[in-house]
Every structure is written in C-alpha cells, then in structure tokens.
Design a protein around this ligand. Structure first.
Ligand code: ADP
Length: 351
C-alpha cells in the first residue's frame, strides 16, 4: 500500500498513486464555460458542452454538469456529467492507470453501470463524458437518511448484483465497490461508477509473468479500508479474484441496513484486523443509531454473513445473492419496482 488512507477508512488506496493527492487536488481544473470536443474521426463536426453545476470531486477528478450544445436536429440537448482530469499527470503510472480505467469503462454497457459516452482532450484537460447521476451516491443517501428501509436495500442490492454479474461475466473486477462509488440517477436507479481500480482477469498464456501464478487472479493491494477483503490484506498466495467484489457487497449491505460499516476503528490496522477476523457486531434491535431504527431481520444478517466469509470460494455469486431468502421475506412485495426521488430525503411514504 503506497498511499496512507485516513483511519476512517473512506479514502481509496489506489495502487501506484504515491503522491497523487495534495498537489493534484490544488490543481483540480476549473472548466471553461464551454468545452469543445474536437471533431470525431471522419467528420468535420465538433460538439461543445456548456459547463454547469459542480457535481463533486474525487481523488484526482473533478466533475461538472455539461450540457451538450448540439447542432444536429435529431439529437435533443442532453445533460451529462463531465469528469475532468489534467491531461498530463505527475506520474506516468497514473496516466497508464487512467487509460486502463477508460478502456475498461468504455466497454461496459449495462443499465446499472454509469454509461461512458466519450473522452477527449481540450485545453490540457481530459474530459470524460458520463451519464449524469443527479441523485448523488448511495453514501450520501445513507448519510442523509441514517439508514435505508429493507425494500430500498433489496432494490439497490438487486441492481448492484445485476451489474456485478455483468462485469464478472466479462472478467472485469471493480475492486473498489463502496457506497461512494454507487451513484443514483434521477429515478433512483443504482449505477456503478469509478473504474479507477478495475482490472481485467486475463489468461496466463496471454500475460505470462505479469500476474500471479494462478492465471486468473491479481496481486495488487488496493481498495478502500472498510471494504477490503481479507485475501487482499493477507496478500493471499494465489492473489485475489472477482470474489473481492462479493465481500464488498457484504460490507455495503451491512452499511445500508445499519448506517455504518461493519469494520470500524480509529486506526487502519485495527480495521484490517477486524476484517481478517470477520469481527463485527449488529446494533441492538431498534437502536442502530440516533437516526436509524431498522429492526434487522435474521434473513438480512444471514445474507451478510454468507457474503463476509474469509473463504472467498464460499461466498456466493451474484445470482446466489439475489436468490437468498432475504429477498423473498415479504412475498411479492419485498422488492419495489421503482423508488420515488423523494426518498433521497426521507423514508418512502408507503412504508
Ligand atoms: P475519482 O476517480 O477522482 O475518484 P470520481 O469518479 O469518484 O472521481 O468522481 C468524483 C465525484 O464526482 C464523485 O464523488 C461524484 O460526486 C461526482 N460524480 C462522478 N461521476 C458522476 C456522475 N456520473 N454523475 C454525477 N456525479 C458524478
């Protein structure tokens, strides 16, 4: 691990990004009022985006709304998220990493993955045009609400599992699944974003020597402290694989239900020790925190313990997760077909 995250465990530990932070944060680019996308191959048409509201800031990107000013009649003006990073980074490795992120993200098309539209360079910044997720992240939602109701948790988990199943079937592991990387569109649909730590599992014959002994496993230590799977911490002999994402789903599920992550401590080492020993406590019934009053059913606890297993092989795949009895507890009413945007602020009125 090269960058020391805060003990709170909220900062991602990205590999090979030694000194990305202070310097680059200070120089987070402010966008020009209009950003021009150079003409696409084979056309003379350049398109432009009018920049709007600031959406957020990450480790090395800053995000603004961008309204496409389209000169063609057949496309309606649309608002996207413009993710902006400096075209020249301090470290070559970071540039390579960013390129990998874009290459992986551009190939993924799923209703529960933030859609990647295009990327281009304009005035010394790279602009990534993404589907706009105007309802923020699941982390912001949980912060605002204290915790989420069971039907909401079920719906978001089903959407998360659908996207993870799709990624894993394409040999992509995200490796940084956490509430802050689960975005919500206007209709409260979950969309996985930020592929900065994603990796493709490749066959040994293709990349002999780059990866660990076992053909389809990775060895880099990465992730966000609260969400890191034990096999990454232990630098398991065979490396790690897609099951690290399943562990992270367990952490996310616990946090949505209770309002706090299962492995918490004031030091990072202690967080890691607890994760390795799968040491977590459920809050007393009805008293999770001042703001969260979920009575967490045994079914939900059972599912979390099914996911948070040190033995990665024993963890279920996404299909196994959504067929767990937690999802069928209340018969056909267990999973809402839609969520109203008002639940950004308050528990849905139908509960
Ligand atoms: P980094 O790669 O630097 O971690 P992120 O991908 O996390 O950057 O983006 C930084 C912030 O920008 C996010 O925390 C979020 O607030 C906002 N953001 C990112 N993508 C979107 C999106 N598609 N829609 C709306 N806001 C977004």
């Amino acid at each position: 691990i090269q960058a020391k995250p805060k003990a709170s465990g909220k900062t991602a530990v990205k590999p090979s990004e030694a000194k990305k932070t202070a310097n680059q944060k200070e120089h987070a680019p402010k966008p020009p009022a209009v950003v021009v996308q150079p003409p696409l191959h084979g056309t003379s048409l350049s398109e432009s985006y009018k920049t709007g509201n600031h959406l957020g800031k990450g480790g090395f990107a800053v995000c603004y709304e961008g309204e496409l000013q389209c000169r063609r009649d057949n496309i309606k003006d649309r608002i996207y998220a413009l993710k902006i990073v400096p075209a020249k980074m301090n470290h070559k490795k970071m540039e390579d990493k960013f390129r990998t992120e874009l290459q992986i993200h551009a190939k993924l098309h799923h209703p529960n993955i933030v859609e990647f539209h295009r990327a281009f360079t304009f005035k010394e910044s790279t602009y990534v045009v993404l589907e706009l997720c105007s309802s923020g992240s699941v982390m912001e939602l949980v912060k605002k609400r204290g915790c989420l109701s069971l039907p909401e948790v079920r719906r978001l988990t089903v959407q998360l599992c659908g996207a993870v199943k799709y990624m894993h079937a394409r040999n992509v592991i995200h490796r940084d699944l956490k509430m802050g990387n689960l975005f919500l569109d206007h209709d409260m649909n979950l969309k996985i974003g930020d592929f900065g730590l994603a990796a493709v599992l490749v066959s040994k014959s293709e990349y002999e020597g780059v990866f660990s002994k076992n053909a389809s496993r990775r060895t880099t230590v990465c992730g966000t402290p609260n969400y890191i799977a034990p096999e990454i911490l232990e630098k398991a002999k065979g490396g790690h694989d897609h099951k690290v994402d399943i562990w992270a789903i367990g952490v996310i599920l616990f946090a949505m239900l209770t309002g706090f992550p299962p492995f918490q401590a004031t030091s990072q080492d202690e967080i890691y020790r607890k994760a390795k020993n799968v040491e977590y406590d459920w809050p007393d019934s009805g008293a999770n925190s001042r703001r969260c009053h979920n009575d967490i059913p045994l079914e939900a606890k059972g599912l979390v313990s099914y996911l948070l297993q040190v033995d990665a092989e024993a963890r279920p795949n996404p299909d196994g997760i959504v067929s767990h009895r937690f999802f069928w507890m209340h018969g056909g009413n267990a999973i809402p077909l839609a969520l109203d945007p008002s639940c950004r602020r308050q528990k849905p009125s139908w509960l």
